[in-house]
Write a protein that binds this ligand. Sequence first.
Ligand code: SAH
Length: 374
Amino acid sequence: MSGVASERLNLLGLPRPELEAFVAGLGSQAFRARQLMGWLYKRGEGRFEHMTDLAKAFRARLVETAEVRVPEVVAVQHSADGTRKWKLSADTAQAFEMVYIPEDHRGTLCISSQVGCALDCSFCATAQQGFNRNLSAAEIVGQVWLAQRELAADPRDLPAGERSITNVVLMGMGEPLANFRNVVPALRILLDDLGFDLSRRRVTLSTSGLVPQIYRLAEQINVALAVSLHAPDDELRNELVPINRKHPINELLEACWHYNDEQNGRSVTFEYVMLAGVNDSPAQARALARLLRGNPAKINLIPFNPFPGTRYRRSSSEAIVRFRDELLQRGLIATIRRTRGEDIDAACGQLAGRVIDRTTVRLGSKTFGLAVQT
Ligand code: SAH
């Protein structure tokens, strides 16, 4: 393992058919790929020399041609509430973050899909960093691999009697559906019974609303979907989540219901960040209820997490509870997300990493992600 790029093939993140093809190319039989996956993902072993039930000659070929390369840990922070945040390096200058959130009966790993983000949501710290690049499938899978290993080495605050990581959410830095090409293979490994073997209900992809990619996702893989809605009308959503100008709320919801139909009727979670005086009035709650009522929707209210330079404030607890109650009274399912890891800037929207080179990317005809920070 090393953090330095090399000519050898990184086996982490390779979907099963590709791993089988690679193994066949080395002159071994396909079942060797299954054994290899067992070592890699079940036992978390990254050193080929230690994979003792593989033939010696095969191990030697692996050492020559392949590697298991994970992002390097730059820093680890522990929150008073048990939450942990790792800063990882993508290459010499760039960093991204992942967060582990232990609860009584589950352990959730929140992973990143990009270094920075191009979507420019006005209330998100990651957006202020601008966009640098997509993470590779290996870097996405590598976060889970690394976290498992780190948690085993330092098992403080883990959920009793459970695997350390029971849930994975793509809610860290980046817009996962803007990195579709690498995110989907990574998801396949999370779900593969020879991979991390997570149930589809326990892997959640969160998107700001890239409508065409929601349709593509529905065709290709079955995971839980969360959508960052944040406003009950287009005028406000255009301001908070600028991709809404391209894909307005009615189109987005249609895509969500389609996704849900394709996935056998599980509901979509709508995330709604609570911003004082912006989107938190009872009238807005009622408008939100009208929008979603009668559909397979759950609403997760997220108290806004402030970061330096933001113009927003968190709604008061009273306003959040009132908002939730308006939704509940109208028959919707609504919960309030408990904020975790705030003391180490690990809460939703606080992940900033370190993005040195900012790149402007084009999404369709509109340009997003111009770095506006000085
Ligand atoms: N780009 C994806 C996933 C990352 S963010 C998305 O937009 O869904 C995960 C959730 O945290 C999103 O719902 C996002 O809108 C929310 N979030 C972003 N900034 C936040 C902040 N400062 N406080 C609270 N939640 C925030």
